[in-house]
Write a protein that binds this ligand. Structure first.
Ligand code: ADP
Ligand code: MG
Length: 398
């Protein structure tokens, strides 16, 4: 692949423009990284106030499958990426007939569908939770009792724990499926989790790949709350196994770009527990945000480099890091019913605190409004400072 060098003239003669489908916070941080490299950026998102649209050279305000919007992206951009997996795969496939698109539509389509995703894991020799498709009446009747207690997840469009419901026993399955409007689902056995981690790899068109160190993740109510790197409870063998699995999965999909695979460490009675893949994202991931402040190349710069065909030297983490997600709930922590800006000055006074707010106009409970990354020379200091920051924001310890 010919690299699209930063600053080189694009189709309109002006400096090359990189495009991203979707205008949320992931696209916003991509835009920042691409612009730092010297690219112009284009964002396609129907929302006039989208976090990335607000900071991009060009904001195409159209639906994801709007032919005029897609044509504008193809015309203006030297390459196109995506910030979320639910961009219609046909839209990416159409763009790919005109410009390099990374990741490929076929890979994104696999990541859109939990069953396809699990099949991909298994085909690559990466174990995942025992599961079954629940798409028809007969699936409910014939379900394997060994999958209980389980979690019923909508096969598509779920995120942050949405579209999921716990199912204690086979007799509860029909009602659980009904509560999800009987959309196609996956029933997964609920596993005894010791820890959660994620592995982020970036893969170039020639197959070369690099990785970030694995992240250890804590979720609250199905939403990522805390990421720690180095991962305090993950053995070196587990970290290597997770990165190797992610790289094999990427290679099998002929993947170009940043891929994140979420893993569980499951209690199987052994000393360290065993690794099971959960799901994957064909894009930078919330658990990789720390790389902006703690690594010499961030996951967003890796995304830009992959799509532009630039070199991928191995990333190096230069600081220990703890990331705290900042949900809209923080805006409602005070006495009044109205949203109030959290007292950021109280955390910005701590050493090594990097505050990132996404520019969303309205705070809502459970909505990701920003994150903060605490960096320090060693993991104990990063953790200690992050605990202080959490306490000052009224968040629980971890
Ligand atoms: P989402 O797409 O919303 O991130 P996940 O499948 O990653 O959905 O589930 C969200 C969280 O729910 C996981 O990070 C984990 O904490 C918990 N979880 C999901 N599946 C299982 C399972 N099979 N066993 C135990 N916990 C699970
Ligand atoms: Mg998840």
């Amino acid at each position: 692949m010919q690299p699209c060098l930063p600053g080189a003239a694009g189709p309109d003669g002006a400096p090359a423009m990189l495009g991203v489908m979707g205008g949320g916070q992931l696209a916003r941080m991509f835009v920042h990284a691409a612009q730092a490299l010297g690219y112009r950026t284009a964002v396609l998102d129907p929302d006039p106030g989208s976090p990335a649209g607000l900071v991009s050279h060009l904001h195409v305000r159209s639906a994801y499958d709007d032919p005029a919007g897609l044509a504008q992206m193809a015309q203006q951009c030297v390459a196109v990426s995506t910030e979320f997996e639910n961009v219609p795969a046909p839209a990416l496939a159409w763009l790919a007939t005109r410009r390099p698109v990374a990741p490929r539509a076929e890979a994104v389509a696999i990541c859109q569908q939990r069953l396809a995703e699990k099949a991909q894991f298994l085909a690559c020799g990466v174990p995942c939770a025992p599961h079954a498709a629940i798409a028809r009446e007969a699936d409910v009747a014939g379900v394997d009792a060994a999958l209980f207690p389980g979690i019923l997840k909508s096969a598509q469009l779920g995120y942050d724990g949405k579209g999921q419901v716990g199912v204690a026993a086979p007799a509860d399955l029909a009602a659980a499926w009904q509560s999800l409007q009987r959309v196609p689902c996956v029933l997964e056995k609920r596993l005894p989790l010791r820890h959660e981690l994620s592995a982020i790899v970036a893969r170039a068109a020639d197959g070369q790949w690099v990785s970030l160190p694995v992240q250890q993740n804590l979720h609250r109510d199905g939403i990522l709350a805390v990421t720690q790197v180095p991962a305090p409870d993950i053995t070196p063998a587990q970290a290597a196994q997770a990165l190797d699995g992610a790289a094999r999965i990427a290679a099998a999909m002929d993947y170009v770009g940043v891929l994140c695979v979420e893993f569980f460490v499951v209690d199987d009675g052994s000393r360290d527990g065993s690794l099971v893949a959960n799901e994957m994202a064909p894009r930078p991931h919330n658990s990789g945000h720390y790389s902006i402040d703690a690594c010499d190349v961030s996951q967003f710069e890796l995304q830009a480099r992959c799509m532009a065909g630039l070199p991928l030297p191995p990333p190096r983490q230069h600081s220990a890091a703890v990331m705290l997600n900042l949900l809209g709930d923080l805006w409602f922590a005070g006495a009044g019913a109205a949203a109030a800006t959290p007292a950021w000055d109280r955390v910005l006074s701590l050493p090594g605190v990097h505050l990132h707010l996404y520019g969303k106009a309205e705070a809502r409970r459970g909505r990701k409004m920003g994150h903060l990354t605490v960096t320090a020379a060693d993991a104990a200091t990063a953790r200690d400072t992050a605990l202080q920051a959490a306490s000052r924001l009224g968040q629980p310890a971890f």
